[in-house]
Structure formats: C-alpha cells, structure tokens
Design a protein around this ligand. Structure first.
Ligand code: PXP
Length: 257
C-alpha cells in the first residue's frame, strides 16, 4: 500500500503533571506544556486521567481544553466515573486503556476479547456523543478482531514490548515484536479500523514504527518530557517530528509536505 504522507503526532503531557504532583504545587503546568506542544507542531494532546489522579487532575482537563486549539485525546479506564467525566467534557477523542493501581505505567493492552459485551456497552454513549473512540490493545489478533466486532473505529497498538526489547538490546525479541506490530496493523486496517500506536517510543526506536504505512497516529509522552529537561520541549518535539517525517519519506520514496 502507499504510505500516507503525514503521520499525526499526539503528545502525552501526563509526566509534566507527575513532576508538578511530586511537590503538590502548581508548576510545571500541563496546560502550558500542551500549548507549547501545539506550537511545536503536535497534532493533538493526549492525557490520562487515572483513577488515583497521579498524573493530570480534573481541573487540568478543563484548563487544557481552554488552552489548546488542537484535539484532546482523553485516555481513561472503562469505569462509570471516567465515562461521566468524558461525557461532560466531550473531548475530540477518548482512548480506553486498562488500569491497575499498582502498575507504574499502562503495562498491557485492554482485554477487549474477554469483555466484548461490557466494552461495547461502555463505548456506545461515547460514540453517540461524537467522541472518536480508540481502544488501546496489544498487537494480538484476538483483541483486534474483538475491537472490530464491537464497532470501535480506532485501535491504538501498544508498542511497549517492542521498545523495551530495543532498549535492553534483546534484538531478536524486538524484531519479533515489530513483526507482530506490522502484521496486526495490517489486519486492523483490513478490518476497517483506523490504526494508531504508542507507548515507550524514543528517537532510537520510533523510525520503523513510523514507517508502517497502516498507521495514522503515534502518541508519545514520557521520553519527550524527559528529553525536554535537556533540550526544551519545543526542540524535543520538533526532533521527533523530523524523525517521523524522514521515516515516512524513506518508506514511500516521496517528499513529505
Ligand atoms: N498511548 C497510550 C494509550 C498510553 O497509555 C501512553 C502512556 O500513558 C502513551 C501512548 C504514551 O506512552 P509514553 O509515555 O511511554 O510515550
């Protein structure tokens, strides 16, 4: 297939909130980071309102929505509380993620295959309200087929296992994980789903993922917020954008607009 010219970049600003929350004050402000990300060329802002509010808070959502002109992708667990919050704010997009209190980050994808009925009922009002619903899943055939059956328009494939294997030098595992991402992105597209990817992506490992022609969007946070300490957020985002564009360009053989 032809590679679409531009891959959207969603910037996850959760870890600006993590630093703020370490002291309990008001700085650094996630809404300010969101505005800066927009100025640096982000196509969207992603934020995860966790049940324990360890990243952004309810007040942050309102402030971010008032501050940005690009879409907000609101990550949330499939709970009644989060559904009500999403329906109150009506973000452009919601991404349904699994959530465990004891985990440090979103460790795996959502078990949609085992919970098809519940998730189908959960996303119905969000879809009716006009939110673009995405389901965060592992690159696994069962999960993708289930996501298609429940009528989710978008899946986001969890790239964590691929990125971890790359960072730890386990290259055989990395390559096997990459093949899974590639095959499952293709399956998802064949089933009519829009395909996104994210989690753990860095300058070092983003390129092959960005080159996958099935993908329309990457969501990246932790690494870029960390890089911002050294180079500034604007420069970190622009560098990621350039690497993604180069990957796209090289794989399609055409120049990126
Ligand atoms: N996409 C989803 C669904 C996520 O849960 C996260 C992390 O919260 C990301 C993307 C971004 O991952 P990272 O912060 O590792 O770049």
């Amino acid at each position: 297939m032809n590679t679409p010219s531009r891959l959207r970049l969603g910037i996850n600003i959760d870890h600006v909130a993590t630093v703020r929350n370490a002291r309990g004050g008001s700085t650094p402000d996630p809404a300010r980071a969101a505005k800066l990300a927009q100025a640096a060329g982000a196509d969207g802002i992603t934020a995860h309102l966790r049940e324990d509010r360890r990243h952004i808070t309810d007040a942050d959502i309102e402030k971010i929505l008032d501050t940005i002109d690009i879409p907000l992708n609101f990550e949330m667990a499939a709970t009644d509380e989060m559904q009500q919050i999403a329906l109150r704010h009506l973000p452009h997009a919601v991404c349904i993620v699994p959530e465990k209190r004891e985990e440090r980050t979103t460790e795996g994808g959502l078990e949609v295959a085992r919970e098809e009925n519940r998730i189908a009922h959960f996303i119905a009002p969000l879809r009716e309200a006009g939110c673009r619903v995405s389901i965060f899943i592992a690159a696994d055939r069962r999960q993708i087929e289930a996501a298609a059956r429940i009528g989710a328009p978008v899946v986001e494939l969890h790239t964590g296992a691929y990125c971890d294997a790359h960072a730890e030098g386990r290259f055989e595992v990395r390559d096997a994980e990459f093949d899974k991402l590639k095959d499952m992105a293709s399956l998802a597209l064949d089933l009519g789903l829009e395909v996104h990817a994210g989690h753990g992506l860095t300058y070092d490992c983003v390129k092959p993922v960005a080159a996958l022609p099935e993908l329309l969007e990457l969501n990246i946070g932790h690494f870029l917020i960390g890089e911002a300490i050294f180079s500034g957020l604007d420069s970190a985002i622009r560098r990621m954008r350039t690497i993604m564009d180069e990957a796209r360009q090289e794989s399609s053989g055409v120049s990126v607009a």
